[in-house]
Design a binder for this molecule. Sequence first.
Ligand SMILES: *[C@@H]1O[C@H](CO)[C@@H](O)[C@H](O)[C@H]1NC(C)=O
Ligand SMILES: *[C@@H]1O[C@H](CO)[C@@H](O)[C@H](O)[C@H]1NC(C)=O
Ligand SMILES: *[C@@H]1O[C@H](CO)[C@@H](O)[C@H](O)[C@H]1NC(C)=O
Ligand SMILES: *[C@@H]1O[C@H](CO)[C@@H](O)[C@H](O)[C@H]1NC(C)=O
Ligand SMILES: *[C@@H]1O[C@H](CO)[C@@H](O)[C@H](O)[C@H]1NC(C)=O
Ligand SMILES: *[C@@H]1O[C@H](CO)[C@@H](O)[C@H](O)[C@H]1NC(C)=O
Length: 533
Amino acid sequence: MLFQISLFIFLASVETALAATAEQWRGRSIYQIVTDRFALPSGASPNACDPGQQTWCGGNWNSIRQNLDYVQNAGFTAIWISPVNQNYEGPRSAYGDPYHGYWMADVSKLNSRFGTADDLKALSAELHRRNMYLMVDIVVNNVMATSKTPDYSTYLFKDASMYHPYCPIQWGNTTSEQECWLGDDKVPLPDVDTRNPTVVAQYGDWIQDLVKEYNIDGLRIDAAKHVNIDFWPGFCAKAGVFCMGEVFGGAEVDPIAMYQGPQALDSVLNFPMYSALLSGFSIPGPQNISAIVDVFQQSQDTGLLGNFLENQDLPRWRNLSVDPQSMYNAMAFNFMSDGIPVVYYGQEQGFSGNADPFNREPLWPSNYTLTPAYELITNLNMLRNFLVNTTDWAKQGTQILTTSPYGIAIMKGPVISVLTNIGSPPQNGTHIAAKTPYPSSTALTNILTCQQWAVGSSGMIDTQYTLGGVPIILIPSNLLVGSGLCGTQLAATAKAGGKAASLASVARPAFSLSIIPLALMWSVLLVFCFFSS
Ligand SMILES: *[C@@H]1O[C@H](CO)[C@@H](O)[C@H](O)[C@H]1NC(C)=O
Ligand SMILES: *[C@@H]1O[C@H](CO)[C@@H](O)[C@H](O)[C@H]1NC(C)=O
Ligand SMILES: *[C@@H]1O[C@H](CO)[C@@H](O)[C@H](O)[C@H]1NC(C)=O
Ligand SMILES: *[C@@H]1O[C@H](CO)[C@@H](O)[C@H](O)[C@H]1NC(C)=O
Ligand SMILES: *[C@@H]1O[C@H](CO)[C@@H](O)[C@H](O)[C@H]1NC(C)=O
Ligand SMILES: *[C@@H]1O[C@H](CO)[C@@H](O)[C@H](O)[C@H]1NC(C)=O
């Protein structure tokens, strides 16, 4: 009897550990993968893969599993993979083949293109062995067809009464956005009637089984905006895991915020901040830092939002903004403010394709190089993981210390991030001055260069950009102990290679702060920024 009780407790705790809640996701960092494009199976010849062809390039669940070091070494603690369920299997459509996984037919089956049930379980198990989470993309709103009067006999919902009748979406009309059909005349996406009680029950049973069977830790929900909001609480309760919805939109906060909360989803992807970051940081662009402040001030409960600069629908950041420093600064904002950072595969390789299908480049031609962007991400993840592991940083709210036409300084917990939109060319005279709560002479380390700085009189810091517009991430030097950054020892496993190792070689002991003028120290700082980026 005693044995049975302890076995029961053991199973119960395993269950909790695997079915991750919103709170458990708060401190995570997500790498987003299009399964077909992330990695080739070992031994496959690296065939040309032209995203313009809109067909399969050969990636699968096993090849993700075999290449997780690349993701984990950059400090990510979760992956989001493209949908795993059965897609349309008919002749090639006007928009090619369903290599992306979003063209649902029968969600109760797996998509055999990407492997077997055991392969998906092996991926899940390997992630958990590495202490990482698995987020799976799901599509509930719609199926895919090649006509407006499809034969539903091979779909999960076989009767036309389980779908809304065809109507084209009238954008801006919420009812129409939820009930009419996405897609177009060539590839209509029949809209499942998510008010039909049979549909609700079947979807509920399906998601409960899917999450249990594959030990899924979280769901990314495609087109969540196109489903009646009151569908979500029951559905996500059945799933029993964190739900992050795609509510596509622009800089307006309210139409997106209404999909987050107890009446809706745990989290949504932060489209308003994406839009604002583009306004603030892209080069060329309006360089409008006020847009960031505006979204920041309108937003609440931001700690669980998904922060991104790219995804499978949007043009790559580099397609919109040519200067690499613009991406580095915007990325640092996403990691060092509230929310869960999400990096779309290939961003770390500087991919620059336009929107769908050109933003789904194969990753393998990059040779998985440890680029400056990869190393920046590694450092941002290391700092964030360390703070998440050892403090309540993930729950602390971000404050704006100052803004200027050239950038913004924010503070979350002890970390001050000074971010600029001036781009790579040096600018003499441009500076961002911010008042911090730190006493003068407090030693701060810029974790991206390991240079140390002293806070000036009245708590002021003043950044100058005589060697270019690099991001600057400052933390009191004494708080870095145990982080593995800047020559300190990582309390947990040591990281092989990457920036962590090379940073140690440029780490310096604290300067004698009182004898080095602040301005001089900043210029030393900027020299290092310049050479390392
Ligand atoms: C909004 O869309 C719904 C569903 O298609 C439609 O019945 C309704 O008339 C539309 N409302 C307006 C104001 O056009
Ligand atoms: C900058 O953003 C603010 C806030 O969103 C907006 O009111 C203003 O019109 C924008 N300015 C430009 C030049 O785009
Ligand atoms: C944006 O993408 C298009 C299509 O992929 C490409 O032709 C163009 O060169 C890209 N622009 C940049 C700046 O990379
Ligand atoms: C990847 O490696 C191949 C073969 O060595 C080489 O031709 C190619 O230029 C490399 N690509 C990058 C982006 O380094
Ligand atoms: C955070 O904790 C996890 C496990 O609890 C560990 O694997 C990881 O190395 C830690 N990371 C940092 C940067 O401290
Ligand atoms: C900026 O100032 C530095 C010295 O502080 C000087 O070496 C450099 O030439 C100046 N650059 C420009 C573009 O004026």
